[in-house]
Design a protein around this ligand. Structure first.
Ligand code: PLP
Length: 391
């Protein structure tokens, strides 16, 4: 009998890709679609970064690199972390991976198996749950609540830890909510974790450079007491507008590093060499490109939240990070996924239904403001007319 392994009955996916495919299909039929669904900066990769990859190709960097990544890039990651957080990270603990996703994939494979429990944020990036289910471990959602400003609650997270807990996943600034967890809450989480020395932590900080209103991102790397069980996830996708390049990096505790290296050897071998050179240019080069993108995102954040709050039945707290708003649509009379689908099909605006990010996402939709101010204004107009007509 032709048969694949049963784990694949449980693996999920990211509906944002399905929405993107549908939006593209509608556009190819001549429909005018505004895409506020996709989670990627609409800016080009900074030219000096793209040029570094072109130069690497011209210079003949065509071969395999070490599975963990080339040393100058691992040193650049270490330098970046020192500049941003004042922490010292041995380049020998840094892994270069093809996108932030690969770090979560590796970490969840290391800790997930039947009988184990893994805590993860809900609503949260859908791949956490998908991969936990794939391994046969039990996914335990940490509810992320609007009344907390979409920060996670340390108390609630700690209360969910039990004898079977192997790994706790946290994400700040967060997808899909734009929530930023304050330092006091992270302090409380770290203090509480002292009672659970066998629990590992995966800190997804892919939006770590993307905060607003002077809010400082607090990295879990700043807590020496958990460094021996912390996996730090980061990458170039969001900060440097490089989603399609597939470049991420992670910091691993010594006892996990060799497992991560072996997973690389058994799967992708290494990130393509020219992209690694682009990563060095991104991290070691001028950072004004990041500041410029953030200034543009900040203006759109105001536009999007003010506009959403004017829509009938919609309320939206001002997100403190990333480039997503997560408006509460429960007073519109619509279920979230139905609304997202009707907005795309009937109003030509792509968004993502909150339940695509977990059970606690019902009553919300995710609106990405990685689109021009003009397009955001058009989308808001269309959403307003749609909601007024379809009461
Ligand atoms: N983590 C979070 C919270 C994300 O939102 C994303 C992408 O949307 C990723 C990780 C994955 O990033 P990458 O595209 O680098 O794999």
């Amino acid at each position: 009998m032709f048969r694949t392994v049963s784990n694949f009955d449980r693996i999920g996916e990211e509906n944002a890709f399905a929405v993107l495919a549908r939006a593209t299909e509608l556009a190819s039929q001549g429909r005018d679609i505004v895409n506020l669904g996709i989670g990627q900066p609409d800016f080009p990769t900074p030219p000096h970064v793209a040029e570094a990859a072109a130069k690497a190709i011209r210079d003949g960097h065509h071969g395999y690199t070490p599975a963990t990544g080339i040393l100058p890039l691992r040193e650049a990651v270490s330098g970046d972390l020192h500049r941003r957080f004042g922490v010292s990270v041995d380049p020998g603990s840094v892994m270069v991976v093809p996108g932030g996703k690969v770090t979560m994939f590796a970490a969840i494979l290391m800790f997930g198996e039947p009988g184990a429990e893994i805590l993860y944020p809900d609503p949260g990036f859908p791949i956490y749950r998908s991969m936990i289910e794939y391994t046969g471990a039990t996914p335990i959602p940490i509810p992320i609540r609007e009344e907390n400003g979409f920060a996670f609650s340390a108390e609630e997270a700690l209360s969910l830890i039990g004898p079977k807990t192997r790994l706790v996943i946290i994400n700040s600034p967060a997808n899909p909510t734009g929530g930023v967890t304050p330092k006091a809450e992270i302090d409380a989480l770290v203090a509480g974790l002292a009672k659970h020395p066998d629990v590992a932590i995966l800190s997804d900080e892919i939006y770590g450079t993307m905060t607003y209103d002077g809010e400082q991102h607090v990295s879990l790397l700043s807590y020496p007491e958990i460094r021996d069980r912390l996996i730090y996830l980061d990458g170039a996708s969001k900060t440097y507008a490089m989603t399609g390049w597939r470049l991420g990096w992670s910091v691993w505790p010594a006892r996990l590093y060799d497992m991560a290296r072996k997973l690389a050897v058994n799967s992708f071998s290494c990130v393509n060499a020219p992209t690694q050179f682009a990563g060095i240019a991104a991290l070691n080069g001028p950072q004004d490109c990041v500041a410029e993108m953030m200034a543009a995102f900040d203006k759109r954040r105001t536009l999007v939240t003010e506009g959403l709050n004017r829509l009938p039945g919609v309320s939206c707290i001002v997100p403190k990070g990333a480039f997503y708003a997560f408006p509460n649509i429960s007073q519109t009379g619509w279920k979230a996924k139905k609304l997202a689908s009707a907005l795309l099909e009937e109003a030509g605006v792509a968004t993502i239904g909150g339940p695509d990010f977990g059970v606690h996402g019902e009553g919300y939709i995710r609106v990405s403001y990685a689109n021009s101010a003009e397009n955001i204004a058009r989308a808001l107009d269309r959403m307003g007319s749609f909601l007024a007509d379809r009461k």
